[in-house]
Design a protein around this ligand. Sequence first.
Ligand SMILES: [Zn+2]
Length: 112
Amino acid sequence: MADEREEAGWKQFLEAKVAEQEAQIASLKEQLEQLKRQKGISSARDGLTFNSKTGTHVDQAAKHYCTTCLSRDQRWELKVEPHGWRCMICKKYYSDPDRPEVVDHRPDSWMT
Ligand SMILES: [Zn+2]
């Protein structure tokens, strides 16, 4: 009887271990996927930081790059305009909140 009880306890212990490791594996897989994604886009985005205020990517020299083009693994420096930046490749316009236009012109041009 003692053996049976011990065995049941052991089985429970093993099942708990397996569940624990499965959870670990799942989280590692997730991390791996994340790293793969980061690796895939690192070449074009190397050294660039996403600026959530402007929607552009910025390098250490404070130059702005097109986020849309970066998502296609292409790094294009944006042309500086009076109130924002323009990508000469995909024509996407990024407005600069620090240089607002007089007319309230919201950049809802996500479709372009
Ligand atoms: Zn672009």
